[in-house]
Design a protein. Sequence first.
Length: 259
Amino acid sequence: MSNKDTTLAPADSNRLFPNIRIVLINTFHPGNIGSVARAMKTMGLSELYLVAPKQFPAEEATTMAVGADDILASAKVVNTLHEAIDDCALVVGTSARSRANPWPVKTANEAAQQIVAESKTQQAAIVFGRETMGLHNDELQRCNVHVYIPSNPNYKALNLAAAVQIICYEIFLAGGTKSDYKQQVTEYSTKKDMDYFYEHLEQTLRDIGFIIKAHPGKTMLKLKRYFNRTRPELLELNMLRGILTAIQTAAHKKPKHDD
Ligand code: SAH
């Protein structure tokens, strides 16, 4: 090899983004899992999570991965989306459909800039749905941001691995570009922190009679949508937890009416 070679690979070019994971939910065709591994490896991504795949490990996956079978070998197979994203501070959901519920939607490029910047200090996940049905609404509601890859309005859905390839390519580009985004990086709550917060919020709302056991309605769903969209920072979430505790203390102190 010539000393003049300016395209020398970084020390570990197979693992350029150790804090960014690709999460596939209920993948039906094992060949798609292999193609995803290949798409990831070409762009220096390595962390693959498979939520209840129909069939894995599978010969077809290894065949389609070609030289990326190391990604398959280290893939983590889990039963639920929770297990795949619990320790993540940023979760990005991908969807070919526009939903009734408004949510912040970014382009692949915008999302990639954010993911690369934040993953320098925190875990980030990009979630991909089923070949047939995409992501369910409750899964999309666990995400901070949605990404839509612009496509033919009459034929919007890309093949799963093609969608992964586009997102990973944008991440690869974003990883190489200088950005002042870094200065804005703040410490966000993980999904686990958010789950504890939601439990605390629901309990408090029950304690003060805002949510009535017999008619819980959609209060929690709406509040979750609100808080996931605003995305509290860790310090803000801790303050909210403190407020809830104060409300609970005050509510328990209040003298009960006789009637
Ligand atoms: N019929 C499904 C399509 C699923 S395609 C649906 O209506 O949602 C499989 C997965 O690839 C999707 O869940 C999503 O993660 C990704 N995907 C496909 N096309 C996409 C697009 N245009 N933008 C963003 N993600 C896309």
